[in-house]
Design a protein around this ligand. Structure first.
Ligand code: HEC
Length: 194
């Protein structure tokens, strides 16, 4: 049922008249072309600028940059750049808890952390490199990101304090919840391309 307009509401007479359909002929020249109008603003990014943004690292580790780090080195980065938001040992917050929760996913109070939930270590590099520290993303060097990843994996009991992570070793790290995900069996999801 259509909502009734209040009694003191009247449409302006011209608004009730049927408007003629807009035709292609009425559109400005630029709108007829495939690309939207440019308005003379902006410019195409340079190859170098694109490269800075082209930082996606897949779960298989493809795209991991050169560099390396250990938990010992990462402790310093963590204590200076992450601790205020993620707590002294990654368990305190105030923001996302990064450590602990192993075995809690099937409990009544599942706690999703790097150690309990993340299926790949490689995407941890991708995420921290791209998004953390939250207030200054992109400010860490690749060595610092490797080191921080190592420290967080160490705090979660996944690697040793002196294990050195780089593009080759990081992709070998087996996360505890690697097999905790089940394929989505809805018929329209995840169909293999032929
Ligand atoms: C100013 C606060 C702040 C700082 C500093 C910060 N983070 Fe975060 N972090 C956040 C917030 C907020 C989120 C949640 C973001 C979201 O959900 O989009 C988050 C999420 C994360 C996550 C994802 C957690 C998950 O399981 O989903 C990781 C990993 C992480 N941060 C690592 C780091 C590391 C490593 C550093 C230091 C290099 C850092 N953060 C510094 C605020 C911060």
């Amino acid at each position: 049922m259509a909502a009734r307009a209040p009694d003191n509401f009247r449409l302006k007479p011209e608004a009730t008249k049927k408007q003629p359909e807009a035709t292609k002929k009425d559109q400005p020249e630029a709108a007829k072309k495939k690309h939207p109008p440019l308005y003379g603003l902006g410019r195409a990014p340079t190859a170098e600028e694109l490269q800075k943004l082209d930082i996606i690292i897949g779960s298989d580790g493809n795209g991991l940059p050169p560099g390396s780090g250990t938990a010992g080195e990462g402790r310093i980065v963590y204590q200076t750049r992450c601790v205020e938001c993620h707590g002294a040992t990654g368990k305190e917050g105030p923001f996302d808890l990064l450590v602990g929760g192993r075995g809690s996913l099937t409990s009544r109070r599942p706690l999703k952390t790097i150690g309990s939930y993340w299926p790949y270590a490689t995407t941890l590099f991708d995420y921290i490199n791209r998004a953390m520290p939250f207030d200054t993303p992109g400010s860490l060097s690749h060595d610092q990101v490797y080191a921080t990843v190592a420290y967080l994996l160490y705090l979660n009991g996944i690697i040793g304090e002196h294990d050195r992570l780089d593009a080759a070793t990081l992709r070998k790290v087996q996360m505890p919840n690697r097999n905790g995900f089940i394929p989505d069996d809805r018929p329209d999801v995840g169909k293999k391309k032929k």
